[in-house]
Design a protein around this ligand. Structure first.
Ligand SMILES: Cc1ncc(COP(=O)(O)O)c(C=O)c1O
Length: 416
């Protein structure tokens, strides 16, 4: 008899490494967590959301509609407002029709739906080195093969992308390659933003290899942190580039408004839209209507924009606290960059100083009640290159400014 009744996926799926980090934070509240993916708690839009919910529920008609099941693709008004906003950000130049826009339970759900729509066992996705580790979790559980491509502060390294594509061609595995996944704004974990030229060039490169692949190769643009910019200028999306018929755009309202409302969206290529919609139909046949209506109201009334403005200032100030502390406490050998948005600073120690979960440094930091995300967790299991183990993701999202300063000071003393 088999020892359990699990599916292959059920047997394969690994515990997410971040689960342990989250557990530490929850069980030991005195720990200073520069690891948690939580957003800033005190600035969550409490009174705004009360007022918005009140408005939605005030009238019997709209109130009942909000409390009823909706459509799989999402609330029409929210889809329209979403594209209106995207076009405002992109100067009207994005190829983003409302009828190819889907509302999802956070952008995370879209990433999962896409993993089902595009990938069979053993299919390939190219990911940034490093990348968003929860995406790596999806890939691991669904046995999708990840190939790492170098990342620079301006975005994906094009020469290295070409090298990876050439390797796949020579191996004869291009038919398995379905997508390039890029986190293009204030990337998780590095904070880097991909420049428009890089997106355009990446699209061109992918196109060149489509003939050998025998099918489209998509650029999955994850723009989760786009709206959390507190410095510099926004960059247009890949939806504005030539070749945008291959772009899948994943956006979210959860980081810029409320992580608990957890609504995201996708703009999908024509041929993918009905497929993803059917899969979503099987998952949940629609994101919670009430949450969508609250967000639509937030967008329509300007409450969203007002909240975002405050939030940007708040994260700008928290980032500045982290930067000041790093300047003061970290030795010069540690390489890092000032963030212009998002929630993270990426710090690279000299190679001899390992930062992984099993490293002496990580254990010492924990003994000093400080947690960070070891950089190694953000690298795919790609046997074609060694996995770096001397980086840290430091988040200024959840901790207070006082704790950020103290946490960095403690890490600085250990580094010294
Ligand atoms: C890069 C990236 N993409 C997507 C997500 C998913 O966010 P949500 O599902 O809340 O939209 C996150 C969350 O941390 C993220 O960091």
């Amino acid at each position: 008899m088999k020892r359990n009744a699990l599916s292959q996926l059920g047997q394969r799926i690994a515990e997410p490494p971040i689960a342990w980090l989250m557990k530490q934070t929850l069980e030991h509240p005195h720990i200073i967590s520069l690891a948690a993916g939580f957003t800033d708690n005190p600035s969550l839009p409490l009174t705004e959301t009360q007022e918005l919910a009140q408005r939605v529920l005030a009238k019997a008609g709209s109130g009942r509609a909000a409390l009823q099941y909706g459509a799989s693709a999402g609330d029409t008004r929210l889809r329209e407002l979403t594209i209106k906003r995207l076009q405002q950000l992109d100067g009207g130049k994005a190829e983003a029709p409302v009828d190819r826009t889907i509302i999802t339970n956070g952008s995370q759900q879209l990433l999962y739906l896409l993993s089902e729509a595009l990938f069979d066992l053993g299919d390939i996705v190219i990911v940034e080195d490093p990348t968003y580790f929860v995406f790596l979790g999806i890939a691991q559980s669904r046995a999708i093969d990840c190939r790492g491509v170098k990342l620079t502060p301006e975005g994906v390294d094009l020469a290295d992308l070409e090298r990876v594509l050439e390797t796949l061609r020579k191996e004869g595995s291009l038919p398995k390659l379905k997508a390039l996944y890029l986190v293009t704004y204030h990337q998780n974990p590095t904070g880097y933003t991909t420049q428009l030229e890089r997106k355009a060039a990446a699209l061109k490169l992918l196109k060149r290899y489509e003939k050998a692949a025998g099918h489209p190769i998509y650029l999955l643009e994850d723009a989760a942190y786009r709206e959390l910019r507190f410095k510099g200028k926004d960059v247009p999306t890949a939806l504005t580039c030539a070749g945008n018929e291959r772009v899948i755009y994943a956006g979210t309202y959860s980081k810029p408004f409320a992580t608990g409302i957890r609504v995201g969206f996708g703009v999908l290529p024509k041929e993918l839209f009905p497929i993803v919609l059917r899969i979503k139909g099987n998952h949940d046949f629609g994101t919670a209507n009430l949450l969508q209506q609250i967000l639509a109201e937030a967008l329509a009334t300007g409450a969203y924009e007002r909240h975002l403005k405050q939030l940007r200032a708040r994260y700008g100030s928290k980032a500045a606290a982290m930067v000041a502390a790093i300047k003061k406490h970290f030795p010069a050998e540690v390489v890092w960059r000032e963030p212009e948005g998002g929630l993270y600073v990426w710090a690279r120690t000299p190679e001899r100083l390992k930062t992984g979960m099993k490293s002496a440094f990580f254990k010492r930091a924990l003994a000093q009640d400080v947690l960070y995300v070891p950089g190694e967790l953000a690298y795919a299991d790609d046997k074609h290159r060694p996995k770096p183990n001397h980086e840290m993701r430091l988040s200024f999202g959840g901790a207070s400014e006082k704790d950020i300063t103290e946490g960095i000071a403690r890490l600085g003393r250990l580094l010294a």
